[in-house]
Design a protein around this ligand. Structure first.
Ligand code: X8Z
Ligand code: ZN
Length: 690
């Protein structure tokens, strides 16, 4: 055993379980009760952690805004130093008996150092789990597939010459016939120069825009072939190590450790209750969308009372359906709210879009961004260097430097995104005076929820009218509203069951082990989302590996909660602004009272519990995340959907043996034993209708 392992073993001998903020006993901590020493440690930690955070963040910024081998190496060096710092700090913090510290804020800080870390692992295993996560990300990021319907690259033929279309997929594609599973197994990875389609943007674009079923199926399956099988074994080892770290720290398993961030002893029940409250709305949307998909693809592809095949919903994971708006628009003769052409006509630039976003928050009485923001940010794609373009907001932990990285284009989507990223910056500015450990959301859902709540006030008809970007001259306002609400529902309501099931699956793997991982993934997709794989899956596949957040060790339930919480926050802003109309038409622009509510949510950062913040935000009405506001927002659409679905036999979906056979383990299916068969049916076949 190495030295670190020894000191942990020694520490564990004297360890006992402390109470975390939620009052349950499980976090394992030490026996040191010297308050003065602990206070001194936290003071030093704050200074060193801020410095460390600055250096790491700067090295990451330099890398993602200028991707070179040198910058990558510099970033890895800084990350290695911060890993050492994390281990050292964890050991020091875990030696204290946090429960006996008289200062609740100090207690909370000590718990935050220990709670989420995996530093309880031996040095070797700590390094191993980090290495595995890095490797999984590399496999994922390097996944490339060949274009559909064309023969793989022939070096003797010029790239610009059209390729002969002779492959089996190509033939099927030309005649729009179903592709056989065996045809899809064709391995064409030997043509690396040609097979260079990545998830973002090429594959995602096909899933969003193609309406050719075979093409959708091809990219859906090919991306999974290039990720899952290579990731499965690594993921299994990751589960083992993550669980070991969690148990060392005093948790039952790694899922238990992830959930601890929410300070809620009945967290799983609370989340499930929220899901049950939004499921009826989801099923109305689902049923209407299924009918429209049948009109496009026919009953041979989509059963009228069944689940929907996952490749038809416009997204690799069927998590966001906004790309199929053209198929499901309630009133195609009325417009879909999009002000892109007006923005172009008025000569918008990326800089002007960010200035508008800043002005939105200043109009609420919040803070302007500092000059360093304008000097340091990357607001458009630079011409001469390679960069990572995903939009993000950065806090350099020195209370001076805040930046946004966004390859902004003049589109309405990017205008919403500028407001979203600026809200993150506003959050950073609001909690800047907190200690480093509290410069974060009240729980992991808060940052996204606040950013999205603000954008609900931007992406809406009255606000875009106020900005002079939208005028409804000749269309029925009800029809325009329903189109708008449908596009929002495809983004927010359709997303909820997915955002809910991802961590249900992950927690079940941490808790019950790594058997039948793929079947359990699809079982949950079917149960909560009502989607099936479009083609048979086995345990040689590892479809959860097609989702980045799974293999990159990022918790996901925060996105579910953030989607619920954003509407709850938004409604409180609207109430503060004195607004009394339909929630989806509320604009809080220029309301200082709304700004005050927002500021009271953001300023405490993580120093205050989420329940206290929600209690204060709702003026004592509740201290829990509640889906009431989301349901209220979509109420006019829900009424419309109920009318559209009035003749449907099934609101929701019934799944049958064929659906389950697509993913259930062969062993279970071929078992003729009547009891096993019944068990299989009850565990997999789901009636999810109402
Ligand atoms: O991961 C993200 C963002 C970063 S916070 C790119 N999102 C989730 C996802 O892509 O699955 C945003 C929506 C949900
Ligand atoms: Zn965000």
């Amino acid at each position: 055993m190495n030295m670190a392992g020894k000191s942990i073993a020694l520490f564990c001998l004297f360890a006992f379980y402390t109470r975390n903020a939620a009052g349950d006993d499980y976090l394992r901590m030490g026996t040191n009760t010297n308050t003065a020493e602990a206070t001194q440690f936290l003071r030093e930690y704050d200074r060193e952690a801020s410095g460390m955070c600055y250096r790491v963040t700067m090295s990451q910024w330099k890398f993602v805004t200028n991707i070179t081998e040198y910058n990558r190496r510099r970033m890895l060096e800084e990350l290695a130093l911060s890993t050492k710092f994390e281990k050292l700090s964890w050991r020091k913090a875990a030696a204290y008996d946090a429960s006996r510290l008289p200062d609740p804020q100090g207690r909370k800080q000590l718990i935050r150092i220990v709670q989420a870390s995996r530093a309880s692992l031996s040095d070797d295993k700590f390094a191993e789990i980090q290495q595995i996560i890095t490797e999984m990300k590399e496999v994922y990021n390097s996944a490339k597939i060949c274009p559909f319907g064309q023969k793989p690259y022939d070096p003797h033929v010029s790239r610009t010459t059209p390729q002969p279309t002779e492959s089996p997929e190509a033939k099927a594609y030309q005649h729009n016939q179903p592709i056989q599973n065996s045809q899809l197994h064709q391995d064409i990875t030997d043509y690396p120069n040609y097979c260079d389609m990545q998830l973002d943007p090429e594959i995602s674009r096909i899933l969003a825009h193609s309406r050719i079923e075979n093409e959708l199926l091809y990219v859906w399956k090919s991306f999974r072939d290039k990720t899952g099988p290579k990731l499965k074994n690594k993921f299994m080892r990751y589960v083992q190590l993550a669980n070991e770290a969690a148990v060392n720290t005093g948790y039952r398993d790694a899922g238990d450790q992830m959930r601890a961030a929410y300070d809620d002893t009945s967290f799983r029940e609370s989340v499930e209750e929220i899901y049950n409250q939004v499921a009826p709305l989801y099923k109305q949307l689902f049923t209407y969308v299924r009918r429209r998909l049948i009109l496009r693809y026919g009953e041979a592809s989509v059963r009228p009372d069944g689940p929907i095949p996952a490749h038809l919903l416009g997204n690799m994971w069927a998590q966001n359906w906004k790309s199929i708006m053209d198929l499901v628009m309630p009133f195609p003769q009325s417009p879909n709210l999009d002000v892109t052409s007006e923005m172009l006509r008025q000569g918008f630039t990326p800089l002007r879009m960010f200035q508008m976003a800043e002005e939105f928050y200043v109009s609420l009485g919040l803070r302007p961004v500092p000059p360093e923001f304008w000097r340091g940010s990357m607001l458009a794609r630079p011409a001469q260097r390679s960069v990572q373009c995903t939009a993000s907001a950065w806090d350099f932990c020195n209370r001076i430097d805040y930046r946004i990285k966004q390859c902004t284009e003049v589109t309405m989507q990017d205008l919403i995104s500028t407001h979203h990223e600026m809200a993150h910056i506003q959050y950073y500015l609001q909690y800047a005076d907190q200690p480093q450990l509290f410069r974060d959301g009240a729980n992991p859902a808060f940052h996204e929820a606040v950013a999205n709540a603000a954008t609900l006030s931007v992406y809406n008809i009255p606000h875009l009218q106020r900005l002079g970007l939208y005028q409804n001259k000749s269309h029925d306002p009800y029809e325009v509203s329903m189109n708008f609400l449908m596009s929002m529902a495809l983004e927010k309501v359709a997303y909820l069951p997915f955002a809910f099931m991802v961590d249900q699956w992950r927690w079940s793997i941490f808790e019950d082990g790594v058997h039948n991982m793929n079947a359990r993934w699809w079982q949950m997709k079917l149960r909560y989302q009502g989607v099936t794989p479009p083609i048979g899956r086995t345990e040689a596949d590892f479809d959860p590996g097609s989702k980045y957040h799974i293999i990159s060790d990022q918790e996901y339930i925060k996105y579910f909660l953030a989607t619920i919480l954003e509407f709850q926050i938004f409604e409180q802003l609207c109430i503060a602004a004195g607004y009394t109309g339909h929630l989806h038409e509320c604009d809080v622009y220029r309301s200082r009272d709304a700004g005050r509510v927002l500021s009271e949510i953001m300023q405490p950062g993580a120093s205050m519990s989420a329940s206290d913040i929600i209690r204060s935000m709702t003026r004592g009405k509740t201290n829990r995340i509640s889906p009431e506001s989301l349901v209220k927002y979509f109420r006019p659409l829900e009424l419309w959907l109920r009318v559209q679905n009035r003749d449907e036999q099934v609101i929701g979906w019934n799944s049958n043996f064929h659906d389950v056979a697509l993913f259930a383990p062969q062993r279970a299916l071929s078992n003729t034993n009547c009891f096993s068969f019944l068990m299989l049916l009850t565990s997999f076949v789901i009636v999810n209708s109402m």
